[in-house]
Design a protein around this ligand. Structure first.
Ligand SMILES: C[S@@+](CC[C@H](N)C(=O)[O-])C[C@H]1O[C@@H](n2cnc3c(N)ncnc32)[C@H](O)[C@@H]1O
Length: 262
């Protein structure tokens, strides 16, 4: 018997609630340096030119990307299934407002596959490290596209983090062992069960072509690929050895534009 959709979402939420306290400490997730913030800012300027855009950050988690976008002057709505991830995002947003003035950012509970917004509400939908964890990725991208105004863009940032090769498996095992020894962090609790993984078509991450095809099938135009090697280089320079040994990511962004009347 296959596991119900509600049960899948419940388990996914539980896992991210559990991960919420440590999430920002993980290199590659938490933005660790000013240099990395500058690189993300430059990337978003390139892919989303324009001032004060109305942006939806899907699966915003602890708000790392939402806060970069809000810091650029955009109006950002971040949604996520996990209340505890969102609590971290709200705390960080409050702390930043204390230092730099109020940011136009709103974090709220929501499901990436069933959005609580009116169609045509946003100039852009952005999502980082989320498509892989959705049971119905095409349905999700279709609904994100519906949320866009004419001329709006979907931007998906992701990677294939486990290609199933022996090398990757060895690297990941070494990472798990070193995290247990050095950080006393048992990463087995930071993972989905085999049952949940079986319900996710991209549980090991996605190749760029897979992400691309979701955008194309959703009817987005001018679908393009940007490799994020420069960002990975910055992240790598600041990583401890235990991360460097496992971090061999083919990190990318795919983006596409909604064109209604052309
Ligand atoms: C790897 S984290 C990425 C967080 C954030 N986007 C970032 O780049 O740091 C994945 C996030 O997706 C959220 N998530 C998973 N499934 C979701 C869904 N169906 N709807 C909304 N959020 C979801 C999780 O709660 C978690 O916060």
């Amino acid at each position: 018997m296959s596991i119900s959709e509600n049960k899948i979402k419940e388990e996914i939420t539980k896992r991210w609630d559990y991960s919420s306290q440590r999430y920002d400490t993980y290199h590659g997730h938490g933005i660790k340096t000013e240099e990395e913030t500058v690189a993300w800012t430059a990337f978003f300027r390139q892919v989303l030119p324009g001032e004060r855009l109305n942006i939806l950050d899907i699966g915003c988690g602890t708000g790392e990307i939402s806060l970069v976008l809000a810091g650029m002057g955009h109006k950002v709505t971040g949604i996520d299934l996990s209340e505890k991830m969102l609590d971290r995002a709200k705390e960080k947003s409050k702390a930043l407002a204390g230092r730099h003035g109020e940011l136009a950012v709103d974090f709220r509970i929501g499901d990436a596959e069933s959005l609580p917004f009116e169609p045509g509400s946003f100039d852009a939908v952005v999502t980082r490290h989320v498509l892989w964890t959705l049971p119905n990725p095409q349905k999700a991208v279709d609904s994100w596209t519906e949320m866009l105004k004419d001329g709006g863009k979907v931007v998906v940032i992701d990677c294939l983090w486990n290609d199933g090769s022996l090398e990757t498996r060895l690297r990941m095992s070494a990472f798990i062992l070193l995290m247990r020894i050095v950080e006393r962090n048992d990463l087995s609790k930071d993972r989905y069960t085999p049952e949940i993984n079986a319900a996710l078509p991209n549980s090991r991450g996605l190749r760029p072509d897979t992400a691309r095809s979701y955008l194309e099938k959703a009817g987005l135009k001018d679908v393009g690929l940007i490799r994020l090697d420069d960002l990975v280089d910055i992240q790598k320079r600041h990583m401890p050895f235990r991360y460097k040994i496992s971090y061999k990511l083919n990190y990318y962004a795919v983006h596409g534009k909604k064109e209604l009347y052309h």
